[in-house]
Design a protein around this ligand. Structure first.
Ligand code: ZN
Length: 191
């Protein structure tokens, strides 16, 4: 941040009185511009056929991680709920209509100032198509998942946890759980 969004005066990076962190402060109008983590919300769109479970992935058409595969997800907008964000991102990126189920994973990614959340979902039909941010959209079974080409660690963690829970659910030995995890910088994939 270089200029105050209230008065256009250049901002200073200082620790305000009664605070303990550096903030962008406008010394002309006095506004403190707080910066907080962004929410990235997505879904795990599943399709069952002949006893086999597949999940819809999108091949990214944009940086970062262009050409890598991801679950449909994106930044939450103001004035929407997390479940609305999950449905909207799934429609925008994968052209897919879903029934949304429970929250499945919540991942903190503090070094990029983000919190990622993924909901379980069921595809309502197979009329999906790549949106402008996707090169290709495709269903994958667990064996078919391109694990080496997954765009983000939060997506890899979510997919691994999902197929692990799915086995327990199918065998009657368990249920879907909420998976929480912190992604630290040293675990981040190269690129
Ligand atoms: Zn100002």
């Amino acid at each position: 941040m270089k200029f105050c969004s209230e008065c256009a005066h250049p901002v200073s990076l200082i620790v305000p009185t009664d605070d303990n962190r550096l903030r962008y402060v406008c010394e002309q109008c006095g506004v403190i511009h707080y910066q907080n983590p962004k929410m990235v919300i997505g879904s795990i769109p599943a399709w069952e056929h002949d006893g086999e479970s597949r999940v819809l992935l999108c091949k990214r058409a944009i940086e970062p991680r262009l050409g890598y595969w991801t679950l449909p997800a994106g930044f939450m907008e103001n004035d929407e709920t997390t479940s609305e964000a999950a449905r909207r991102e799934t429609l925008e990126e994968a052209g897919a209509r879903i029934e949304l189920h429970g929250l499945f994973s919540l991942l903190n990614v503090p070094h990029v100032h983000q919190v990622h959340m993924f909901y379980r979902a069921t595809l309502l039909d197979l009329n999906y198509e790549a949106g402008i941010e996707s090169l290709e959209v495709k269903l994958f079974s667990e064996e078919e998942i391109p694990w080496e080409d997954i765009a983000f660690p939060t997506v890899a963690y979510t997919l691994q946890s999902y197929f692990s829970d799915l086995k327990k659910v199918k065998s009657g030995e368990g249920a879907y759980e909420l998976h929480t995890h912190d992604i630290t910088k040293k675990l981040r994939q190269p690129g």
